[in-house]
Design a protein around this ligand. Structure first.
Ligand code: NAP
Ligand code: MG
Length: 486
């Protein structure tokens, strides 16, 4: 791999219609070749974040009163620009996040589709009429923008998650302050540029490139902020809920997962092994919906582990910019430490890696590459069976029956996504009821969701809201009830 250092590129925040420097700097680096500086980041401080919120507040009335068709048109044009620029943006996304180039480009195209969807939503009904119980009264509801919305996003889907929050926020007439994860500032600048180039007025979207610990409390606690939409870890999410929720703001949290795939003996085991391997290892397992527990009916567990081990061979890491690579590195030194820590703990406590089990060597030794790993002989209560690892690791747990499998699947504080592999229709239907998760799938990977349907988690995976599809309108607007006597 070549090291093309480009610290000359300086990324800045976009606040009040201008690109603005902050008082500190950091480096955006490539997790495949950590010495490579993708860009220098000029970091915003709390004062710049405060200015971003005030700007968004000042822009609120005019954007709210801009015709919905014009707001939608900006999103549609931004989508066209993302498609035109997908190859370049996808490459930059890969260089700072580490997923493969094919996935990076696919994600940029997905972001464009998401913006188009929300652009079209401005033509949908925005209220209901009711019969009044009084004479000569018209009674109806209308949905209105929340006002200033703070959007805080993680690094693992650095353009599609922001698109599915910022798209509907803008479509429904809100102004936005956006803080992307510090690992992915260049992708954030690309999305911001596409929206500006599409004609979004200055002040309507403000990008704050700053550390969460420095700017987070301003974005979530400021009196001018009406709503906060957050995707990320449970620790940060609960902190935001405490701060913003206590101040009466609307808060949407999309948090972690420990997603199970149940494999019953009557499943098509060959096809299932392929699906489960892809669900566990694609994107180096750094998806909130990745499969990390594989609960297998005991009678087929041995054979299934053999198949899964064989499938894992198709998910070996490589240079993410090279066409043949199945997965890239994990996204940061912290991620690498975290994943390897779980693997060490599992080994120390008697678990066995039937494939993988550590950091990749050879040409990849410099980067944060982890081998796809299948762990067996894990006790159900062990941290690797309960906590989110966020790496390419599948933990196999045997179960004696459907009922025992479901009990194990639900035995976690998380509740994002769950899969059942079976050829039994009634079990499939039962599982759609029995699984305590926001997303249930049958004979499909726990990951991979469509953007026009609600998305979100139960239990500690979320805050009870859903996002995407029409659910986005619920969050980014509030309902007003109107009585008109005549
Ligand atoms: P994270 O550490 O919680 O960071 C998420 C965002 O919060 C980042 O922009 C971060 O900024 C910011 N932040 C940090 N401290 C903050 C504070 N005090 N106030 C406000 N914002 C703050 O999560 P991550 O490591 O980026 O992402 C991985 C996690 O996201 C995993 O747990 C994964 O399951 C979850 N996730 C969930 C979904 C879902 O839809 N359910 C989707 C994807 C990922 P900095 O980067 O500057 O720290
Ligand atoms: Mg980086």
């Amino acid at each position: 791999m070549t090291i093309a250092e480009s610290p000359d590129l300086v990324l800045t925040s976009y606040v009040d219609g201008e690109w603005r420097q902050g008082p500190a700097e950091s480096s955006d680096t490539n997790p495949a070749t950590p010495k490579e500086v993708v860009a220098t980041v000029s970091l915003a401080d709390a004062a710049l974040a405060e200015r971003a919120v005030r700007t968004a507040a000042a822009a609120r009335a005019e954007w709210r009163d801009t015709r919905p068709a014009i707001r939608g048109e900006v999103l549609r044009k931004a989508a066209d620009l993302l498609i035109d620029r997908a190859a370049d943006i996808g490459r930059d996304l890969t260089r700072e996040e580490g997923k493969t180039l094919a996935e990076g480009v696919r994600e940029v195209n997905a972001a464009a589709s998401i913006l188009r969807y929300h652009a079209a939503q401005v033509y949908e009904p925005d209220g209901e009429t009711y019969p009044s119980m009084q004479d000569d009264v018209v009674l109806f509801t209308r949905r209105e923008p929340m006002g200033v919305v703070s959007v805080i996003t993680p690094w693992n889907f650095p353009i599609s998650i922001p698109a599915w929050k910022i798209g509907p926020a803008l479509a429904y007439g809100n102004t936005v302050v956006w803080k992307p994860a510090d690992l992915v500032p260049l992708t954030a600048v690309h999305l911001t540029r596409a929206l500006i180039d599409a004609g979004l007025p200055g002040g309507v979207l403000n990008l704050v490139l700053g550390k969460g610990s420095e700017v987070g409390d301003v974005l979530t606690g400021h009196s001018e902020v009406a709503a906060v939409s957050f995707t990320g870890s449970n620790t940060v999410g609960r902190r935001i809920q405490n701060l913003a929720g206590a101040a009466g703001k609307k808060v949407q949290l999309e948090l972690g997962g420990k997603n199970p795939a149940i494999v019953l003996a009557d499943a098509d085991l060959e096809r299932t092994a392929k699906e489960v391997a892809s669900a566990a290892f694609a994107g180096s397992g750094q998806k909130c919906t990745a499969t990390s527990r594989v609960i297998v009916e005991r009678t087929v567990a041995g054979d299934f582990v053999d198949s899964l081990r064989a499938e894992a061979a198709a998910w070996m890491p490589g240079d993410p910019l090279e066409a043949g690579s199945a997965i890239g590195p994990v996204s940061s030194a912290d991620q690498l430490r975290g994943v390897l820590g779980y693997l060490d703990l599992a080994e120390r406590d008697g678990a066995r890696a039937v494939t993988g089990g550590g950091r990749a060597g050879g040409d990849l030794a410099e980067g944060y590459f982890v081998e796809p790993t299948v762990l067996v002989d894990v006790k159900p209560g062990h941290p690797v069976a309960r906590e989110e690892i966020f790496g390419p690791v599948a933990v196999v747990l045997p179960a004696g029956s459907y009922d025992e499998a479901v009990e194990l699947a639900n035995d976690t504080p998380y509740g994002l996504s769950a899969s059942l592999f079976t050829s039994d229709l009634s079990r499939a239907m039962r599982f759609s009821r029995d699984s305590h998760t926001g997303i249930v799938k049958v004979n499909q990977s726990t990951s991979g969701v469509e953007f026009h349907v609600p998305f979100g988690g139960a239990k500690e995976s979320g805050s009870g809201h859903r996002e995407q599809g029409k659910a986005a309108r619920e969050f980014f607007t509030e309902s007003k009830t109107v009585y008109i006597g005549y």
